[in-house]
Ligand binder design. Structure first.
Ligand SMILES: Nc1ncnc2c1ncn2[C@@H]1O[C@H](COP(=O)(O)OP(=O)(O)OP(=O)(O)O)[C@@H](O)[C@H]1O
Length: 352
């Protein structure tokens, strides 16, 4: 898997927002690579920086935000050099597309569904109106819209939430992007529809071969869709690995707490939680941002940010607990033997 080419690479990215004469540092020195055809899940609690980080890839930071350090490369382009909207248009929505949580914010309520898909086909593929309509109907079929030809002339309000999200996905794919960013694409939908959208994204990824960055709170979804997982905390990636590394061999206590909140485990196991809250992003963070919540902190935790301690070739964690001087901290019982538990859960759910 790791011999695939890197398609998108962030090096030492920091993002700052100016808020009433104060600086909020939302992202702190993130470096991560996305490989061709790979799905990278970004997980972490609300405010950890998942959305802000991905907005750096499409030049969509709000006006009060800027990239303070680092660079993003896409192929041989440095995206952090792009300034104007016209420059970004060559990338955003064409090479790198985003599907957001609420389809209604992406769709125009007063234009027909078909015209909205056709417009992007014309824009990105330079087709005639007639050709674009045929492509749009084909895309509608591929994303599972029944009677696509008839429904081409309907408006967003005539579609259900799940169907609208399918259309947003069709629009995102109409430019044949190399990278699809999905920012909690199923959060606004009910559970059965969520599963259908996830299945659809998996299918389309196979068919089109794009790489995907998938933001979610739901580790159950991560298990079913991701190849790699980056766990975010206070604007940093604190643990990174393959989906197996993170589920079955995680080393950071914050990752343990996230895993313990898997709804599938909640009924049978007592939960592992960590006291406290993340630090303010307005003040400078000295040492490890997680230190005040670390069950066994060392003096160095409050002085120096931990390096990325390698766990294996595919896996690292940013915690002093992996230093040889660290006290031993055992993984909470509830998430030990997670492999066997997951197998049982999926067997019960009929596979996912
Ligand atoms: N335009 C902005 N101005 C000031 N602060 C911002 C702005 N946009 C985001 N932030 C802050 O940046 C931090 C990271 O936000 P972000 O939306 O990336 O979190 P998230 O992990 O995606 O959360 P959620 O899961 O709730 O979407 C938060 O503290 C947020 O308040």
């Amino acid at each position: 898997m790791s011999n695939k080419k890197v398609i998108l690479s962030a090096k030492d990215i920091s993002v700052e927002f100016q808020v009433r004469n104060r600086t909020l540092r939302a992202i702190r020195n993130i470096s991560v690579d996305l490989h061709e055809g790979e799905t990278l899940a970004l997980v972490g609690e609300s405010g950890s920086g998942k959305s802000v980080f991905t907005k750096v890839f499409t030049g969509m930071l709000e006006a009060n935000g800027s990239v303070a350090t680092g660079a993003v490369t896409y192929g041989d382009m440095n995206l952090t050099d792009l300034k104007t909207n016209a420059e970004w248009e060559k990338i955003r929505g064409s090479q790198i597309s985003t599907v957001f949580q609420d389809p209604m914010t992406s769709l125009n309520p007063i234009k027909t569904i078909g015209s909205q898909i056709s417009e992007t086909v014309i824009k990105h593929q330079g087709k005639t109106a007639e050709e674009a309509k045929a492509i749009a109907i084909d895309l509608m079929n591929r994303v599972g819209i029944p009677e696509a030809e008839k429904r081409y002339d309907e408006y967003p309000f005539q579609y259900s939430g799940g169907m609208r999200q399918r259309i947003v996905i069709a629009i995102a794919l109409s430019s044949r992007p190399k990278v699809l960013i999905c920012d909690e694409p199923t959060t606004a939908l009910d559970v059965t529809i969520q599963a259908q959208i996830i299945a659809l994204l998996k299918e389309l990824k196979e068919e089109y071969g794009f790489a995907m960055i998938f933001i979610t709170h739901d580790l159950g979804v991560v298990a079913s869709i991701a190849d790699k997982v980056a766990v975010m905390y206070s604007g940093e990636i604190i643990e990174y690995g393959t989906v197996e590394d993170i589920f079955y061999d995680s080393r950071h206590p914050y990752t343990w707490a996230l895993l313990s909140s898997l709804p599938q485990l909640a009924t049978t196991e007592k939960l592992y939680s960590i006291a406290g809250t993340p630090p303010s992003l307005y003040s400078e963070i000295k040492g490890d941002a997680f230190a005040p919540r670390n069950p066994k902190p060392m003096a160095i935790d409050f002085v120096e940010s931990p390096p990325k301690f390698p766990v294996s070739e595919t896996h690292w964690a940013k915690t002093w607990l992996l230093d040889e001087r660290a006290p031993e901290l055992t993984k909470p019982e509830g998430i030990q033997d997670l492999h066997a538990k997951m197998v049982k859960i999926y067997a019960k759910e009929g596979g996912a």
